[in-house]
Design a protein around this ligand. Structure first.
Ligand SMILES: NC(=O)c1ccc[n+]([C@@H]2O[C@H](COP(=O)([O-])OP(=O)(O)OC[C@H]3O[C@@H](n4cnc5c(N)ncnc54)[C@H](OP(=O)(O)O)[C@@H]3O)[C@@H](O)[C@H]2O)c1
Length: 243
């Protein structure tokens, strides 16, 4: 019988898929959320997938409620929400940004995790088990770079949302953010394969890849699993090297 239960966005690929796999291997239960199926996970015991587009802002609350209704809190010692899904693009200078693409990014990368966090804390109030929320942030949330304004703003917002939640929640629910470092995922491939003429940072991402500086998704997943286990003060934004 699994002892801990996780709700993770973005389990169809990249880091979310690796975190979910690592947790399932430990015997935990995982409710995954993504637009596409999580093929490598679907056959695994303890995995339940919800096909959902986080752009559907008005449906997020009922989607999470439906998942939470399936969880029997008395069967678990911990329930944890991991807001992992995010959108990297648009990677454009500020004057070239289009309204729809800015809206999509902020809805997926910032508004969706805010709504999920709020609903999770409210709906699990009274559950007698350890409750935790981990926001997957980024170094871009604190470092300004050209043509990354929308992604960076979303991650900076997520950091501040986490810090504010921390001032309210004390030990009631652990809410923390983690900058996971650079990981070799489909999102990284998008960044390094962009045309350097239009996205100068592609050179930096390419160089990091060629120099072997990227972590594998499994390495990062192991780090996130240590952060899950550790008791960390609510509101903290951890960098990759901290735990
Ligand atoms: N890779 C890095 O170097 C790096 C560095 C710092 C921070 N991060 C952060 O780490 C997290 C994971 O990144 P990653 O590199 O693993 O990204 P990825 O390879 O692009 O995977 C993103 C995941 O999010 C899901 N997703 C995207 N849009 C969605 C939507 N509208 N609705 C539902 N699910 C959606 C995707 O599933 P579907 O496409 O099936 O919907 C996919 O499972 C992100 O928060 C990212 O910002 C990554």
């Amino acid at each position: 019988m699994p002892k801990r239960c996780f709700i993770i966005t973005g389990t169809s690929k990249g880091m979310g898929e690796a975190i979910a796999r690592g947790l399932l291997e430990r015997g935990d239960a995982v409710y995954g959320i993504a637009r596409s199926a999580a093929e490598p996970l679907s056959e695994r015991m303890g995995y339940i997938h919800t096909n959902f587009d986080l752009l559907q802002t008005s449906q997020i609350e009922s989607m999470l409620q439906t998942i939470l209704e399936q969880i029997k809190p008395e069967e678990f010692e911990m329930v944890c929400l991991i807001n992992n899904a995010a959108m990297l693009e648009p990677l454009k200078r500020v004057e070239d940004l289009r309204t729809e693409e800015m809206t999509a990014n902020i809805h997926i990368s910032l508004l969706a995790p805010m709504i999920l966090t709020s609903v999770f804390i409210r709906e699990t109030r009274g559950w007698k088990l350890r409750r935790k929320v981990i926001q997957i942030s980024s170094g871009s949330g604190t470092a300004a770079n050209p043509a990354m304004s929308v992604y960076s703003t979303a991650k900076a917002g997520l950091n501040m949302f986490t810090a504010c939640a921390g001032t309210e929640l004390m030990d009631e629910v652990e809410v923390i953010a983690v900058d996971p470092g650079m990981i070799d995922t489909p999102m990284q491939a998008i960044a390094r394969n962009k045309d350097i003429e239009n996205f100068a940072m592609a050179a930096h991402f390419k160089q990091a890849y060629q120099a072997g500086l990227l972590q594998t998704p499994d390495e990062t997943a192991r780090h996130i699993m240590r952060i899950i286990d550790a008791r960390i003060e609510s509101g903290r934004v951890l960098t990759y090297l901290e735990s």
